[in-house]
Design a protein around this ligand. Structure first.
Ligand SMILES: [Zn+2]
Length: 156
């Protein structure tokens, strides 16, 4: 019995289907691409970019850095239509800036982005997570200060 799998062989997370046009734009050696269906692995810590049940394309087999992978540099792009790098994720209003450009000039995520789809949902998620961790850090500093004050009050 043949089962077609869409789970990444390395991280075991479900991948999203990509079309061959997307693959052709991002794989270094296009002769390795067969007619088969491929999936994109979006797990940041995973080295695999495209896979199906018999083949894999990892980050070293892709012709550009994948900014949404942990292993990529700060210069690696996260928005491939408007060239925003990983380092710009801290920019205030980044997703709004991208949205304005998309509304005015359109986008070609299907061929430019390795995932073959718009970068915005994932960028929004990363920015949100960063914000939450920043808040948590602030809160824990406040709590540390409070504990310190209480301790000093007790000692005096
Ligand atoms: Zn994976």
């Amino acid at each position: 019995m043949f089962f077609f799998t869409s789970k990444c062989p390395l991280c075991k997370q479900k991948g999203q289907k990509v079309n061959s046009e997307t693959m052709l734009h991002h794989v270094k050696d296009i002769s390795k691409i067969s007619d088969a269906t491929y999936f994109y692995c979006s797990t940041p810590s995973c080295d695999i970019v495209y896979f199906n049940n018999t083949e894999i394309f990892n980050t070293s087999m892709i012709n550009k850095e994948v900014g949404l992978k942990d292993s990529s540099s700060q210069q690696a792009l996260v928005c491939y239509c408007y060239n925003y790098a990983k380092s710009s994720l801290d920019t205030i209003g980044l997703s709004e800036k991208i949205e304005i450009r998309m509304n005015n000039y359109g986008s070609r995520c299907d061929t430019r982005h390795p995932a073959g789809e718009c970068c915005l949902p994932q960028i929004k998620q990363i920015v949100q997570e960063k914000l939450i961790s920043k808040e948590k850090k602030k809160k824990s500093i406040r709590e540390d200060m409070l504990r310190l004050k209480e301790k000093q009050a007790l000692e005096n």
